[in-house]
Design a protein around this ligand. Structure first.
Ligand SMILES: CC(=O)N[C@@H]([C@@H](O)[C@H](O)[C@H](O)CO)[C@@H](O)CC(=O)C(=O)O
Length: 297
């Protein structure tokens, strides 16, 4: 079974943390149905491995149930409802793509209807799905079609689209969870209500400090934190494999290589990240042997 942990989510004005499970970083599209179902169940039961990564109590679990097959997505949604998920999230199907807003909403509506009592989030990640329907366009009138619609996970760099989503939300009924970690500060300024991202699995504390600085209106300190991430990312570049390697380094728990077609991060990458994390004083488990990066799957 996959050991990929959920994605740490940071919510503004909330003392505790939440998790999104079955997401891009957790390689949901690479998992077959059975391990994915088990994986979801294990999170619901707050398994020690997950808790160990989050270093916190899980207050909310939002489960990603998107799939290429509508039926599979509906089954995952039903399963999420049965095990008591606090929300479900769905990406756009990405092989045979919906090309218009109405078609996309119809697909999402059918998934949402399979879990009619569970809050529903649209997970907007056009760089990976290739579905470029603007989120702002989608929001218009969406609750008439999907009564459980709760908000967006917005994983795109188009801050104009993001700003227009926030602008539409005059009654503030929706949550806007931002998913480009390097741009979180800009999104906060524009009205993000939370964040979900892979880097919070290991940069969560620094990001919380950035959020605190932002709340105190200490923008220069907040910018310092964000710049630290920007420099970090722009030099190294991060994908799922790299994230797994870093999570292994930071936690000491072997995450193993990613599944094909992903390739495991290179030795040069892990060496360079290890040095960087040490310089930031992030590594408490510094004596990893080569084998630890290989174990698990
Ligand atoms: C394309 C991608 O993986 N984006 C990440 C970001 O957290 C991203 O890793 C980070 O901003 C670094 O580029 C998230 O938006 C996606 C995510 O949280 C997930 O579904 O795993």
């Amino acid at each position: 079974m996959s050991r990929a942990p959920g994605i740490l989510a940071l919510w503004r004005r909330a003392p505790s943390l939440s998790v999104q499970k079955g997401s891009q970083t957790a390689r949901h599209t690479c998992l077959s149905e059975a391990p994915l179902g088990n994986c979801l169940l294990s999170v619901y039961k707050a398994n020690p491995l997950t808790q160990c990564f989050l270093f916190c109590r899980l207050d909310q679990v939002v489960i990603h149930v998107g799939a290429l097959s509508l039926k599979e997505s509906q089954e995952l949604a039903q399963h999420a409802a049965e095990i008591g998920a606090d929300g479900i999230a769905v990406i756009a199907p990405f092989f045979l793509k919906p090309w218009t807003k109405d078609v996309l909403i119809n697909f999402l509506k059918e998934v949402a209807a399979a879990a009619p009592a569970v809050p529903f989030y649209y997970y907007h990640i056009p760089a990976l799905t290739g579905v470029k329907i603007r989120a702002e366009e989608l929001l218009d009138g969406i609750q008439d079609k999907i009564p459980t619609f709760q908000g967006l996970k917005f994983s795109d760099t188009d801050l104009l689209d993001f700003g227009q989503c926030v602008d539409q939300n005059r009654q503030q009924q929706f949550a806007f969870l931002f998913g480009v970690d390097e741009q979180l500060l800009s999104a906060l300024v524009m009205g993000a209500t939370g964040a979900v991202g892979s880097t919070y699995n290991y940069l969560g504390k620094k990001t919380s400090q950035m959020l605190e600085a932002f709340e105190r209106k200490d923008f220069s300190l907040a910018l310092n934190y964000q710049s630290c991430f920007l420099i970090y990312f722009s030099h190294l570049g991060f994908g799922v494999s790299q994230t797994k390697a870093i999570m292994t380094l930071v936690s000491g728990i072997p995450m193993g290589p990613p599944r094909l077609p992903l390739q495991k991060a290179s030795r040069e990458f892990t060496d360079s990240v290890e040095a960087k994390l040490k310089s930031l004083d992030f590594l408490s488990f510094t004596d990893l042997k080569d084998g630890n990066l290989e174990a698990g799957s």
